[in-house]
Write a protein that binds this ligand. Structure first.
Ligand code: HEC
Length: 157
């Protein structure tokens, strides 16, 4: 092996090592948990925005559809954002998520389908149907939180 090749392969080896270390950092429990909490927060704020428009009868029907589509897109991230197992003391995730992964994915699917129906309702502009579909979305949040989330007294949501 000539010197240049040797240096090149040494460099490549270093680069691989560094990226392995980086991957390790990215996969810190804290980072995994922060990300999935953000996904949940997006759902919370999209639902909250829709609720605020409907409850206050604001003339923002088109906006409801935008939020509904956002919620629909984000619903697809609920299962994937929990793929990596990470828990912490005082955290909100139960070990059952990973022990009963298929049930967890099924619970996420219920939300996905409820979000699909919400978008369909919002597209018609029928406020009553949209409110009803929104309640079903809310029900799907609770039916996953009940078995899979630990709700702490200090959580405000
Ligand atoms: C398939 C299961 C599942 C569904 C569906 C689900 N969640 Fe969650 N959610 C969880 C779990 C598990 C946690 C706890 C995560 C943690 O603390 O690591 C959580 C946490 C949260 C949190 C707290 C996030 C934080 O910052 O600590 C909010 C807010 C939330 N969910 C809102 C919602 C809303 C709104 C919906 C419905 C539109 C929803 N979730 C649907 C499983 C789910």
């Amino acid at each position: 092996m000539n010197v240049r090749l040797y240096i090149l392969s040494a460099l490549m080896c270093c680069a691989l090592l560094t990226s392995a270390v980086r991957a390790e950092e990215v996969h810190s429990a804290e980072g995994i948990i922060t990300y999935r909490e953000k996904v949940m927060d997006v759902l919370k704020y999209q639902s909250g925005a829709i609720g605020a428009i409907l409850k206050n009868k604001l003339p923002y029907g088109d906006d409801v559809l935008v939020h509904a589509k956002g919620l629909q897109a984000t619903s697809r991230l609920v299962a994937p954002s929990f793929k990596l197992k990470a828990m912490k003391d005082g955290g909100g995730a139960r070990a059952e998520i990973w022990a009963q992964w298929d049930e967890y994915v099924a619970a996420a699917k219920v939300l996905e389908e409820a979000a699909d129906r919400l978008v369909a309702a919002a597209e018609t502009g029928d406020t009553k149907a949209t409110a009803q579909a929104m309640r079903a979305v809310g029900g799907s949040c609770s039916s996953c939180h009940k078995p899979f989330r630990i709700k702490h007294a200090n959580h405000r949501h």
